[in-house]
Write a protein that binds this ligand. Sequence first.
Ligand code: ACO
Length: 324
Amino acid sequence: MGAKILSIAAHVPEKILTNRDLEKIVDTSDEWITTRTGIKERHVTKDNEFTSTLATEAAKKALERAGISPLDIDMIVVASATHDYWFPATACIVQANVGAENAACFDIEAACPGFVYALEVGRGFLSLPNYKNVLVIGAETLTKITDYTDRSTCVLFGDGAGAAVLTKSEEDHFLGSYLKGNGKLGDLLILPACGTRKRCSEEVIKNRDHYLKMQGREVFKHAVVGMQEAAVKAVENAGITSEQIDWLVAHQANKRIIDATRERLGLPEEKVYINIDRYGNTSSASIPIALNEMYEKGLLKRGQIIVLDAFGAGFIYGALVIKW
Ligand code: ACO
């Protein structure tokens, strides 16, 4: 027995922050943001919207599209770097909100590749006898840990969530994977404080260490190499050739990084789905948001071969080759 994705859905907050809006907040320009990143606008949460709020809406839609009751979900896995609380897990909040009373629930923190990692975790559980349906979610409210006085990061991030229902399947739709970490370079992209190492304090807040810090140029270089490595190895592990790939759906962090990955795989532009212009970098939510849009536009057809590929804080990176 294998596993397959039964349904996909997404939810983003209504409020939109455009590049023009950001021009009024920091010393930046629509032109700089567009040419360096490909981003034009991003969705942002209000104070009363949380990661679990977005995750719940995406989950409800995914369940509806799968045509199964919440009671048939055996496990909920939420991938996020911006959980509602340290504990309880955001997955538990989603469980209560959707009424998935028979489910086990836990979160994973795998930064931007979180959805890729969570799919691999979910499909692993489906190889065990007592799990039939797993709800996998990537959900983020990165704008809540973004420093809007730091122009090098605040233009990049947006909020959103995507959810997939995975189910057991006689034919395995998970064809190949490659997951990897490089923990030596963690300091290049880090939220330095308000963990157990450097607890929240007035000094932390004064130094703005409760916000995400990134050395963008360094991260960029490693992201290009990591995304390429993951995609190539996952394709190798799947035993397919580049010609067989129908879609590359990569983490939407920077259009230039996606272009480099596409070129390494030798794919034409029309086989890559890009929506970074409208969402920015939504970390673990970016791949399911893209898949959801493709589904809603009728671009996803059963049987197509899709490479999912992501890179993020840790560093960690990874790719999956799936059959839709
Ligand atoms: N507006 C105008 N100018 C800016 C801005 C801005 N918003 N931000 C930086 N600059 C300036 C810098 O100060 C610098 O000026 P200087 O040359 O006078 O010092 C200049 O622009 C170039 O800055 P760089 O940081 O070198 O610009 P770069 O071309 O590297 O683009 C970017 C920056 C977009 C952040 C890029 O490095 C990047 O995408 N990095 C990778 C991010 C990423 O992939 N993250 C993914 C994993 S993490 C995750 O997804 C959560």
